[in-house]
Design a binder for this molecule. Structure first.
Ligand SMILES: Cc1cc2nc3c(=O)[nH]c(=O)nc-3n(C[C@H](O)[C@H](O)[C@H](O)COP(=O)(O)OP(=O)(O)OC[C@H]3O[C@@H](n4cnc5c(N)ncnc54)[C@H](O)[C@@H]3O)c2cc1C
Length: 451
């Protein structure tokens, strides 16, 4: 096994985690990435007007994301995220509720924070408490449509909009009328109930291109992983007993003992041999996944406009706003995220920007006094798969029916929604599947917080 080789197609977090997992067990790995950078959707671009590295969209992690944390620790970059011990919830009337844990054991650590939410009435809070208890009592695999479930469990329009939707739309990148119960329950159980550190939001202090940049590359190169960027794969080639190689877009080919296909779900079918997709529902099922968009609005002002490091916006178009501080002399950078951004379709970038800036000016008056130096609106139309009820029936396990091929990606069967944690977990699971088939089983997936 020490001389075994693997080709990983896709240099997003799933592919990189598979590479880290396999390399740690002595496998010689080549990562083929079609773009000129690593990190996939969790990546940055260079702004042509300023040369600054800008995230396509702000990414955050949570305390319950144990595999991502392990991956970052392994690569030596975990110090590039800052935990946020407090979350700030702000309404258009500028009132703010601070959400922080008390020094009590879970699940009581957040009780007082919930009771202090100014945007819910005392009766609403009782409704929410009742809904949470009933949700946690559901079977972990039960996945009926969430909205009827919420209504059947005493939730009213206010608790749905101002509590359930506020948490779930960002966590699942989908609206409450489209998601199933299973992943909603997982968000509340893992994030808020199971362990007192689960809810802590971790925000990168550097652009994602730096987080998944030089240190990670140095780790990979020190562990016999060759990373080839601008190396798009055209097709996987079948042999008699499994894959015999990959054909690159430049016409070259590459073969190895093992393969990990770690591309987004909407790219999988393109690179697989047609006869394989026709023969194996395992692959054809991926066509049933659908996508949900995210829009991020990047704003550079001539002065500081927020006193908070971030805010969760209630009853607003923007859902989260992050203050990224002074990124260049005299340039103060905010990013606003709109998850499940279907309603913005057709509005045009200028209109989206105008609505977001107007809204921010109402919530944070200094915005109205500041000069907007630059702005950028980025919509990722296929940001993540949509966690509709019953979605897991279409998500394949990592060990594929092809003997020497594993698949990875946030869309594979991880038990997690589409997140960096899900992607890393899938990469570790894919590496485990290969190691098991190679007769050298290893445990790479990390225990859940509180397990
Ligand atoms: C706007 C946005 C905001 C998000 N916010 C958060 C957040 O706050 N927190 C969070 O946890 N998650 C967030 N996510 C989700 C997170 O980014 C993804 O779940 C995760 O990065 C997916 O990783 P992946 O490796 O599965 O896929 P990807 O990152 O898509 O990686 C796949 C890689 O394969 C490459 N590729 C594709 N085709 C080929 C080919 N033919 N040959 C070679 N390479 C190929 C792609 O270029 C890409 O680099 C967000 C996603 C988006 C889009």
């Amino acid at each position: 096994m020490a001389t075994a080789s693997a080709v990983v197609v896709g240099g997003g977090l799933a592919g990189l985690a598979a590479a880290v997992g396999l390399a740690g067990q002595g496998v010689r790995v080549t990562v083929l990435e079609s773009r000129g950078r690593l990190g996939g959707r969790a990546g940055s671009f260079t702004d042509p007007t300023t040369g600054q590295m800008v995230d396509a969209c702000q990414h955050v992690s949570m305390g319950c994301c144990t595999n991502l944390a392990h991956f970052l620790r392994t690569a030596g970059v975990d110090h590039l995220l800052a935990p946020q011990p407090k979350l700030y919830f702000v309404t258009p009337d500028r009132r703010t509720s601070v959400f922080k844990a008390d020094p009590w054991p879970a699940p009581f650590h957040l009780g007082r924070a919930l009771m202090g939410a100014h945007y819910l009435t005392p009766l609403d809070k009782l409704r929410v408490g009742y809904g949470l208890v009933r949700m946690l009592a559901e079977h972990p695999d039960a996945d009926p449509p969430l909205l009827p479930w919420l209504k059947a469990h005493r939730q009213n329009a206010r608790t749905i909009e101002r509590f359930w939707a506020i948490v779930l739309t960002s966590a699942l990148n989908e609206t409450v009328d489209r998601v199933g119960l299973k992943y909603a329950r997982k968000v509340f159980r893992d994030g808020f109930v199971r362990h007192r550190d689960g809810f802590t939001v971790h925000v990168p202090t550097v652009p994602l291109g730096r987080l998944y940049g030089d240190e990670l590359r140095a780790w990979l190169s020190a562990h016999n992983v060759e990373v080839r960027e601008n190396a798009g794969v055209k097709r996987l080639a079948m042999g008699e007993k499994g894959l015999r190689g990959v054909e690159l877009r430049d016409g070259s080919t590459l073969s190895a003992d093992w393969y990990v296909l770690a591309v987004p779900f909407d790219r999988v079918i393109d690179v697989l041999p047609e006869e394989l997709v026709a023969r194996e529902p395992y692959f054809a099922n991926v066509k049933n996944l659908t996508a949900s968009p995210i829009t991020s609005v990047h704003l550079w002002f001539d002065r500081p406009v927020m006193k908070l490091p971030h805010a969760v916006l209630i009853d607003c178009l923007g859902q989260w706003v992050f203050d990224r501080g002074e990124v260049a002399p005299g340039e103060f950078y905010l990013q606003v995220v709109v998850s499940a951004a279907r309603d913005l379709k057709g509005l045009g970038r200028d209109e989206i920007q105008r609505r977001i800036v107007d809204e921010l000016a109402r919530v944070f008056p200094p915005v109205g006094l500041a000069k907007l130096l630059r702005a950028k609106v980025v919509t990722e139309h296929t940001a993540t798969f949509s966690a509709v009820p019953g979605i897991d029936q279409w998500r394949p396990v990592q060990a594929s029916p092809v003997a020497n091929l594993a698949v990875a990606g946030d869309w594979t069967a991880t038990g997690w929604p589409a997140t960096m944690e899900g992607a890393v977990r899938s990469g570790y699971l894919a590496a485990e599947a290969i190691l098991a088939r190679a007769g050298r089983p290893a445990k790479l997936v990390q225990p859940e917080l509180g397990a």
